[in-house]
Write a protein that binds this ligand. Structure first.
Ligand code: NAD
Ligand code: LMR
Length: 327
């Protein structure tokens, strides 16, 4: 029998995980031939609720679900896992920015980074979801030097999917006809959704919409979509976030189709002049369980200016959490 892959998930009794765990157990990350073992982590007061989630996972009798570990001990949850999805963190409410969560959430990621460093497999694939996701991933990376830094990523796939959906709606196209969307930067309102390279079927997207829409409607709509969901729902996106995490991990592990790419927030390698090491969203292709940043795109001055503003925000966030970064 194929050896199961172990996936740790923090905040496993929360909103996002209730939409996500069942899909991972059904094979949506590792594919239909790969058994998985879920390592579910919660804070102690939420363990009762997490037991209920485990009951429901059991009751689905998923053929690929080899075991479920329920724990409040991060050392048990993160021990030797193949992938770790860091969801557990406070969500924002109406009127807040994601960066307002840094003080409460940043320390979760320094503590869990130190545990991952101690018990994690060096090649563990990490996706940070808890907000502010890029800077939390940066904190985690700084506290986990034994883990391959390339493998510490944050979620901007939800933004990427939002951008595709907005462009499809505007042009009356099928989502499946749209390729090569880009999200640059931070998972925040400074993110830069960019249609410059996108295609819709055999047409260039920029020839199908006017440039005023692309700059002054599309970009802010995508960048502020999280807040729009909070205003409509009273709490932050959950099912679409779960879907974004599944897409992010499935692309990374199973690869991207020829001729397309996805957006992932990964440690910058200095491409496009972005400070090395910052967790910044780039277009990437994935193959054989690894990703490659697309490095040769020509960026217009107006997009470049926005990319730099997003970098500046990440540099400011990095300064705010300096006390959580071991020197
Ligand atoms: P939620 O409040 O429903 O669930 C969070 C869970 O995390 C809770 O059950 C809580 O007990 C648990 N938790 C808190 N601290 C923990 C710790 N130290 N270890 C383990 N578990 C812990 O929130 P949610 O709606 O699931 O959102 C979770 C996070 O994801 C929030 O920060 C939210 O802002 C963020 N988010 C990010 C994106 C993105 O695209 N990056 C999208 C949506 C939400
Ligand atoms: C989102 O983009 O939906 C999440 O980051 C939640 C939020 O706070 O907006």
């Amino acid at each position: 029998m194929t050896q199961p892959k172990r996936v740790a998930i923090t905040g496993a009794a929360g909103q996002i995980c209730y939409s996500m765990l069942f899909r991972i157990a059904a094979g949506d990350i590792y594919g239909p031939n790969q058994p998985v073992i879920l390592h579910l982590l919660e804070i102690t007061p939420a363990l009762g609720l997490l037991e209920a989630v485990k009951m429901e996972l059991d009751d689905c009798a998923f053929p690929l679900l080899a075991d479920v570990v329920v724990t409040d001990d991060p050392k048990v949850a993160l021990n030797g896992v193949d992938a770790a999805l860091f969801v557990g963190a406070k969500p924002r409410g109406p009127g807040m920015e994601r960066s307002d969560l840094i003080t409460d959430n940043g320390k979760i990621f320094s503590a869990l980074g130190a545990v991952l460093n101690e018990v994690g497999s060096p090649e563990c694939k990490v996706c940070v979801v808890g907000n502010p996701a890029n800077t939390n991933a940066f904190i985690l990376k700084a506290n986990a030097p034994n883990i391959n830094p390339r493998n510490i990523t944050a979620l901007t796939r939800l933004d990427h999917n939002r951008a595709i959906s907005q462009l499809a709606g505007k042009t009356d196209a099928l989502v499946s006809d749209i390729n090569r969307m880009v999200i640059w930067g931070n998972h925040s309102t400074t993110q830069v959704p960019d249609i410059s390279y996108a295609s819709i079927g055999d047409k260039a997207a920029k020839d199908c919409v006017d440039s005023d829409w692309a700059l002054n409607d599309f970009i802010p709509t995508v960048a502020k979509r999280g807040a729009a969901v909070i205003n409509a729902r009273g709490s932050s996106s959950a099912a679409s976030a779960a879907n974004g995490v599944i897409d992010h991990m499935a692309s990374w592990i199973q690869g991207t189709p020829d001729g397309d790419w996805v957006s992932m927030a990964v440690p910058s390698d200095g491409s496009y002049g972005i400070e090395e090491g910052l967790i910044y969203s780039f277009p990437v292709t994935c193959k054989d369980g690894d990703y490659t940043i697309i490095t040769d795109l020509e960026v217009s001055d107006v997009i470049k200016e926005k990319m730099i503003a997003s970098q500046t925000e990440l540099q400011d966030e990095k300064n705010t959490v300096a006390h959580l970064l071991p020197s």
